[in-house]
Design a protein around this ligand. Structure first.
Ligand code: 2AM
Ligand code: CA
Length: 279
């Protein structure tokens, strides 16, 4: 990937993909922001379907996906579209792909807990080259492109510099859709809780990663995340100077399902070495 006018987040910023396609960053952000208005529809949020254990979808999820899909198809018909609420069997990962989670934090949305986001990544040849996480409740737009840094509402952000567990706020992921793992997971949460400043459980992987990218939390981990949960947030964290690892301490990849340990430049290593490596 190459970028035009390489001054980070500027007007007229474009992402140039391998095949000559040009993505207008501001236009894509505008589409995502517009879609965020659909989160306000409380009636649609109340119309739910169960996809699996603790795994739900609402009419808001479908509406957001349909809106973004329609707009991006109009703007970039050559780019494939992977979305949580559709079949993705035909996707050729060697090409250009949007990876969308229309609502990350669906359980929060159902409860009007106001901690959910749109997560949109752009992949070129299997690599994530742009990521957007938008929290419509706080009107916070996180954006990163490969080699360009990470930005929150236009301001450059970086991960925190904490090096010790005792000064760290850690967001835990309970993997509620794999309840059988609770017996292994909860003792680990307890061990981490005893050593860190405090723990949080937010219900949105994309926002946990965004919050790590801008230094609000030092670490976040969860097993069995799907690519659309973490694709955009992973780039945010890395472009903000942080780590996104798997449970063995290797750099996390872009597989369809992954265990993720993310955060600043130090705490994810401690989490893997002292707590999670044994899971
Ligand atoms: P969602 O809100 O888009 O469903 C909460 O633990 C995190 O895990 C959220 O980011 C949530 O995304 C995601 N999640 C929910 N169900 C999942 C499933 N079946 N597999 C993987 N991730 C899931
Ligand atoms: Ca979702």
């Amino acid at each position: 990937m190459r970028t035009y006018d390489g001054n980070g987040e500027g007007m007229g910023m474009e992402i140039c993909a391998g095949n000559g396609s040009k993505i207008d960053v501001e236009a894509v952000k505008a589409v995502v922001k517009e879609a965020g208005k659909l989160f306000r529809d409380r009636e649609a949020a109340g119309h739910t379907k169960t996809k699996g254990v603790a795994d739900y979808v609402t009419e808001v999820d479908f509406a957001v996906q349909q809106f973004i899909y329609g707009k991006l198809q109009e703007l970039y018909p050559e780019v494939q579209f992977m979305g949580e609420e559709k079949s993705n069997e035909e996707i050729d990962r060697a090409g250009l792909v949007w990876v969308l989670d229309p609502v990350d934090g669906t359980t929060n949305l159902i409860h009007d807990y106001r901690n959910s986001a749109v997560s949109l990544a752009f992949m070129d040849g299997g690599r994530i080259v742009m990521g957007i996480v938008y929290n419509p409740y706080a009107d916070e737009m996180f954006w990163a492109a490969q080699g360009q840094g990470c930005y929150l509402n236009g301001r450059r952000v970086r991960v925190s510099s904490a090096e010790k567990m005792g000064e760290s706020l850690i967001s835990i992921g309970t993997s509620p859709y794999y309840k059988a793992m609770a017996e292994e997971n909860f003792p680990v949460f307890q061990a981490i809780f005893m050593d860190c400043q405090d723990i949080r459980r937010t219900g949105s992987a994309a926002l946990d990663l965004a919050n790590a990218a801008c230094g609000r939390i030092e670490g976040y981990f969860e097993r069995g995340l799907k690519l659309w949960d973490f694709a955009a947030g992973m780039l945010l964290v890395r472009e903000a100077g942080g780590l996104v690892l798997d449970y063995r301490g290797a750099d996390a990849g872009t597989g369809n399902v992954s265990d993720i340990v993310a955060g600043n430049g130090r705490i994810p290593r401690i989490l893997v070495e002292e707590y999670l490596g044994r899971v």
